[in-house]
Design a binder for this molecule. Structure first.
Ligand SMILES: *Cc1c(COP(=O)(O)O)cnc(C)c1O
Length: 435
């Protein structure tokens, strides 16, 4: 298509004049893979259409929230009804209570929950709560895990475990990250050493139990067990960031996956987002009553939001949770995602391309590596040039995967077996060109 008939390009050119990079969140700009971002015109089920009217099978689903696919009739109806009742009140509503009850019914680790508007806000608030509840300042995070863009979390490892992190973004003063210790994911020796050095000063350890921001990397069961034991021993809170995995890898989140391998396992605090809003701005954090009651207005930890628990967003989230709570939903979604992953593995093997892939529930990841990576530096050994060829090869064939090799993928209930089969055969064609 020549540039002057490409509406995506026209829109991108217009956008770049007035929005930094032409986008409102960096990864949308296609900078890792090159080319013109697709401007979405509309979406339905497993598909979206770009500004040229070109259809794509969507494996991003708004980076996870669209677990039912786009425009699910029950969700649309709930949102339409809510809109007629009013957009926002700045006063409590019954639906907030219903959503809190629904979340608590699904996650046994949570006795009380607070609703907010974004995952960033939820993670930031959970850390403040952990610090307030423990009276400590330090925290552990892991390289490759993303917990939103709060200052204290935009940090990379310092020069050793005795030293704390360095900012990864301009505008974050070094003093603000001086309490954040960054460790390698799945590295038991580092974990032990960090707790031996700093355990009694730690407010919390925050982790994506199945990391979805370095593509898809699970924490091993022994690693997770040790995280739990060390936090308990040292009085630090184990904070699960389930913004991506919550209600996505299983109805009970990643914590239910680890609880089935580690008897009695539960995190102290859980951060949620994405699926609980069903595509609307909604997120949450929750945990045991004694900790949550430290929040204002009951306790000394301040946290607030004008649009928190927004009535339209809560209607959307509630309708989404009701659909995914139906018997058999996750079994069907998991089987579909597994069939995609198995098919991609088979296609890569048939074409002699080094490849590995994993999935849980409706979330998957794949790598142009012969073995699944265990941490960020292994993920980054992926061949970026080949990934970009794969990305554009699939895009040209009407399949939209994440435009960066460090992002996970998402299957929705709306993807059909034919969509999955078309994706696998398109991938095989592209694999043939990668050798
Ligand atoms: C998306 C994400 C966030 C941030 O959520 P936003 O709503 O984008 O602020 C935090 N943690 C994890 C694990 C995420 O995937």
């Amino acid at each position: 298509m020549t540039p002057n008939t490409d509406r995506n390009q026209t829109l991108f050119d217009r956008a770049r004049q007035i929005i930094p990079g032409g986008v409102n969140s960096p990864v949308r700009a296609f900078r890792a893979v090159g080319g013109t971002p697709r401007f979405v015109q509309r979406a339905q089920g497993a598909y979206f259409w770009d500004a040229n009217g070109q259809r794509y099978i969507d494996y991003i689903g708004s980076w996870g929230p669209m677990i039912l696919g786009h425009g699910h009739p029950a969700v649309v109806a709930a949102v339409q009804k809510a809109v007629l009742d009013g957009f926002s009140f700045g006063a409590p509503t019954e639906r907030e209570v219903e959503l809190a009850e629904a979340i608590i019914a699904l996650l046994p680790s949570i006795e009380m929950v607070r609703l907010v508007s974004s995952g960033t806000e939820a993670a930031m608030s959970a850390i403040r709560l952990a610090r307030g509840a423990t009276g400590r300042s330090k925290l552990i995070k892991f390289e490759g895990c993303y917990h939103g863009h709060a200052d204290a979390l935009l940090v990379k490892a310092g020069s050793g475990l005795a030293t704390f992190g360095n900012p990864t973004s301009a505008g974050v003063p070094p003093e603000v990250v001086q309490h954040t210790l960054v460790l390698e994911y799945n590295n038991l020796a580092q974990l032990e050493e960090a707790f031996a050095l700093h355990g009694n000063d730690l407010a919390c350890l925050m982790i994506e139990p199945i990391a979805g921001n370095m593509n898809f990397v699970r924490s091993s069961v022994p690693f997770m067990r040790r995280c739990r034991e060390l936090c308990t021993q040292h009085g630090a809170l184990l904070v699960f960031d389930e913004v991506m995995t919550g209600f996505r890898v299983a109805l009970g989140g990643a914590q239910s996956v680890y609880a089935s391998a580690i008897p009695g396992f539960r995190p102290d605090l859980t951060v949620m987002g994405k699926v609980i809003g069903g595509g609307m701005p909604l997120a949450a954090f929750g945990g045991p009553r004694a900790i949550m009651e430290q929040l204002a207005p009951l306790g000394p930890v301040y946290q607030a939001g004008t649009l928190s628990g927004n009535p339209v967003a809560t209607a959307c989230g509630l309708a989404t949770l009701r659909q995914i709570s139906k018997p058999g939903f996750f079994e069907a979604l998991s089987a579909k995602t597994r069939s995609l992953v198995d098919g991609l593995n088979g296609a890569a093997a048939a074409e002699g391309v080094a490849f590995s892939a994993d999935c849980q529930g409706g979330m998957f990841g794949f790598f142009l590596l012969s073995e699944l990576p265990q941490n960020y530096s292994q993920v980054m050994k992926s061949d970026g040039t080949k990934f970009n060829l794969l990305f554009h090869g699939l895009l040209d064939r009407g399949i939209y995967i994440a435009p960066a090799l460090y992002e996970a993928g998402f299957v929705s209930a709306a993807h059909t077996d034919a969509d999955i089969a078309a994706t696998i055969s398109a991938a095989r064609e592209v694999f043939r060109t990668l050798k």
